[in-house]
Design a protein around this ligand. Structure first.
Ligand SMILES: O=P(O)(O)OC[C@H]1O[C@](O)(CO)[C@@H](O)[C@@H]1O
Length: 244
């Protein structure tokens, strides 16, 4: 794993965006895997700036999002569909038919099968962007998820629902289930860019760097992937683990 540390979240976001923009310019037909959550929002902001100032075009780009809440309509502002529209898609020249996000309102099991078909048809993903859950989850793959999992329905842990309740009125409004790309669907990407930001991720980041590869800590699978780049900001670094 190639690890780069940045002094701040702003620097991390700029670094991530220039990396992604460069990849899009090198391969205009790139297939990107996209993440939601707080971590990548700064990167999306910068990608929009790069689209405007450098003319980075997304006309021929295909995207796959990691996950969506079960029972969440696209119109709900907490859906990941709405998140992507707000933070990226409505600001760039991407074509709607090439942006794939699981449909939270479809029959969940059928939707998982359909999503896998789409991944087979339009994939593989060239560059997968990931955030890191405080419990080591990637996508919505909670601890204990088999490494061989493909797109599936997951019951969210209380800790994840609590963490995400900051976007809702309260934890009781956070959906109990989600559709997520599985761990095997994620690591099938040719390259992975993991973004780690904030003191709340310190413990998880340390576990990723120094812990064992185990299904109890889903992100640990990344150690087996041949092409992983990690961008971490200073606040995510434990003072006891200095990385050059
Ligand atoms: O960036 P955040 O908000 O800390 O979230 C970390 C991870 O948790 C999720 O939002 C799911 O809870 C992932 O999609 C994300 O990568």
């Amino acid at each position: 794993m190639d690890i780069i540390t940045t002094p701040s979240y702003e620097a991390l976001s700029k670094e991530a965006a220039s990396y992604v923009s460069r990849k899009v310019q090198e391969n205009p037909h790139i297939v990107l895997g996209l993440a939601t959550g707080s971590t990548p929002t700064g990167m999306y902001e910068q990608l929009i700036k790069n689209h405007i100032t450098l003319g980075t075009s997304y006309r021929n780009v295909t995207t796959f999002n990691l996950d969506e809440y079960v029972g969440m309509s696209k119109k709900n502002h907490n859906s990941y569909y709405a998140f992507m529209e707000k933070h990226l898609f409505q600001h760039i020249d991407i074509q709607n038919e090439f942006t794939f996000i699981p449909d939270g309102m479809s029959d969940p099991q059928k939707e998982c099968g359909l999503y896998e078909e789409k991944l087979r048809k339009h994939g593989p993903i060239d560059l997968q962007i990931l955030g890191l859950g405080a419990n080591g989850h990637i996508g919505f793959n909670e601890p204990g998820t088999p490494f061989c999992s493909r797109t599936h329905v997951v019951e969210l842990t209380d800790s994840t629902r609590k963490a995400n309740s900051r976007f809702f009125k309260g934890i009781e409004d956070v959906p109990t289930h989600a559709i997520t790309m599985g761990i095997d669907s994620i690591v099938n990407a040719k390259e992975i860019l993991l973004l780690v930001s904030g003191a709340i991720k310190k413990e998880a980041f340390e576990k990723l760097l120094y812990g064992d590869i185990s299904e109890d800590f889903p992100a640990s699978i990344l150690k087996k992937h041949p092409c992983v780049k990690i961008l971490a900001d200073q606040s995510a670094l434990d003072t006891s683990s200095i990385i050059a």
